[in-house]
Design a binder for this molecule. Structure first.
Ligand SMILES: NC(=O)C1=CN([C@@H]2O[C@H](COP(=O)(O)OP(=O)(O)OC[C@H]3O[C@@H](n4cnc5c(N)ncnc54)[C@H](OP(=O)(O)O)[C@@H]3O)[C@@H](O)[C@H]2O)C=CC1
Ligand SMILES: O=C(O)CCC(=O)C(=O)O
Ligand SMILES: [Mg+2]
Length: 473
């Protein structure tokens, strides 16, 4: 029973089995309009998705939309400070698949993110954000078509868990005191470090379970991709944050080389195997020297360890992965986070799936979207084992709100991800075709129009762009 909303009287619930949705032809799908530009982009999205389903399936399939509330609209409907009503949570729980516009989060004080809350409450542990290029889209990058990456961002932990204490509060002081007096002095590797007494403190939990379930999904996705895109890159800043970001990398490799042993090869393993393929008589020591930079300057004991590692890899993997067989496996490698920001610009074609922790994934998904046309073209999905919520990468863009101006492509493409998730690929393909057609004919909103040469003036409104997509189905 809901308090202030009513589910459609027709339609059927989506259910889940083994983490996958079972989708009827008439699913009920809750939607949240969103704050700011959600007012503009949600109606545009709804119109395009409805038209695509109708064109693809006639009367055989239909989405029955269920309006639910969050953010400013929820406060208008439910009362002051009712940003995320229980009705909304219950509807998402019951119906399993939802789509939403962006929601505002104040900086500094005020409420914590409703977007993050929805992901945590529903255990939507994988934030999936594809960044691919649609021909004709203007881009600040010279070769945007070379970028085709999917960001798999861990969505429930890291500093986004929101466990932090404001500077100068009793609890912050108590915690700092405890750390300075007790934990830090008793951890020799921390030396004489001390936390400034006026610091705010945040906690960054990265768990093995959280890391591995994310990487598991990323590898499973890679296995569905064309052979040349079967790669998963673990993105981390593990040189600095050894026990959080470094552990994410190690747990990622551990999963790849145990659960997916037959399907995966690590980059380092591929070097060792190909060294032997290129020179079957290569000694273990020479192979180790070729894969380990600075091999000759490390201690003898370390050298022995590296040689033993090379031997173990050749002994255990040669039959299944050697003689070039590793080239048919999912390549799992890792890159340090700052480096991957330049790599996606300088060598975009070398990357496919980027598996990241929460904060790094947040940063890199905006940066990657910029390369293929901007945030107006950045879709996303939050996926768990019992629920999925689709939403754009960007936020509420308040200065553009209510002007029928921004690019709804981001939410429309999130809708495409939703249609694919439902298994309605004919409708999904129609929307992509329509979007590509509209862009190719320079029927674009302000964000793309201003980057085109010659500049497109006047640009289409948000609502007109939606119609242009439908016109190009
Ligand atoms: N999942 C969510 O709901 C998210 C919510 N937020 C929240 O959104 C609020 C505003 O954040 P803000 O920092 O302004 O970031 P936004 O992502 O909302 O907007 C930043 C800029 O990106 C461009 N942009 C965003 N959306 C579009 C679009 N649909 N079409 C074309 N261009 C677009 C605009 O650039 P320009 O003006 O240069 O054209 C805009 O000014 C904050 O409260 C933030 O917390 C942020 C991210 C995700
Ligand atoms: O929830 C927010 O306000 C911001 C979240 C965000 O930037 C994101 O998920 O990409
Ligand atoms: Mg973000």
């Amino acid at each position: 029973m809901y308090d202030k909303i009513t589910a459609p009287s027709v339609g059927t619930k989506i259910t889940f089995k083994d983490g996958e949705p079972i989708v009827p032809d008439d699913p009920i799908i809750p939607f949240i309009r969103g704050d700011g530009t959600g007012y503009d982009i949600w109606p545009a999205t709804q119109k395009v998705l409805e038209a695509a389903v109708k064109t693809a399936y006639g009367d055989k399939k239909k989405i029955n939309w269920f309006k639910i509330y969050a953010g400013d609209e929820a406060c208008e409907h439910y009362g002051q400070f009712q940003y995320l009503p229980e009705d909304t949570l219950q509807a998402i729980r019951e119906y399993g698949v939802a789509i939403k516009g962006p929601l505002t989060t104040p900086v500094g004080g005020g409420i914590r993110s409703l977007n993050v809350a929805l992901r945590q409450i529903n255990d939507l542990y994988a934030c999936v954000r594809p960044c691919r290029y649609y021909p004709g889209t203007p881009s600040p990058h010279k070769y945007p078509e070379r970028l085709d990456v999917i960001i798999y961002r861990e969505n429930t932990e890291d500093i986004y868990l929101g466990i932090e204490w404001k500077a100068e509060t009793e609890t912050a002081k108590k915690l700092i005191d405890f750390l300075n007096q007790d934990l830090i002095p008793n951890t020799p590797e921390h030396g004489k470090k001390q936390i400034p007494l006026d610091a705010g403190i945040g906690i960054k939990p990265i768990s093995k379970k959280g890391s591995q379930r994310l990487v598991r999904r990323a590898i499973k996705h890679a296995l569905q991709l064309p052979e040349n895109k079967q790669m998963v890159t673990l993105v981390h800043k593990g040189n600095i944050m050894k026990y959080t970001e470094g552990a994410f990398r190690d747990w990622g490799y551990e999963l790849a080389t145990t659960e997916f042993r037959q399907e995966c090869v690590t980059e380092r393993e591929s070097w060792i195997l190909s060294n032997k393929e290129n020179n079957p008589d290569l000694s273990l020591e020479e192979n180790a020297r070729q894969v380990e930079p600075g091999f000759d300057s490390v201690t003898p004991q370390r050298r022995e360890e590296i040689i033993a590692e090379v031997k173990a890899i050749l002994d255990t993997l040669w039959d299944s992965h050697g003689d070039g067989k590793w080239k048919q496996k999912v390549m799992v490698n890792d890159r340090i986070a700052d480096s991957i920001f330049q790599q996606i610009q300088t060598r975009p074609e070398e990357y496919s799936i980027l598996a990241t922790m929460n904060l790094n994934g947040d940063y890199i998904s905006d940066a990657a979207a910029a390369l293929v046309g901007g945030l107006g073209m950045g879709p996303g999905a939050n996926i768990g084992d019992q629920c999925a919520i689709f939403e754009a990468t960007h936020g509420t863009a308040p200065k553009h709100a209510g002007l029928d101006r921004v690019n709804p492509g981001s939410l429309i493409l999130s809708g495409v991800m939703m249609l694919e998730y439902l298994g309605w690929s004919e409708a999904a393909q129609l929307v992509e075709k329509g979007l590509a057609g509209a862009i190719a004919h320079k029927k674009v909103t302000y964000d793309l129009a201003r980057m085109m040469t010659p500049k497109v003036d006047p640009p289409l409104k948000c609502s007109e762009f939606a119609q242009a997509i439908i016109d190009h189905f």
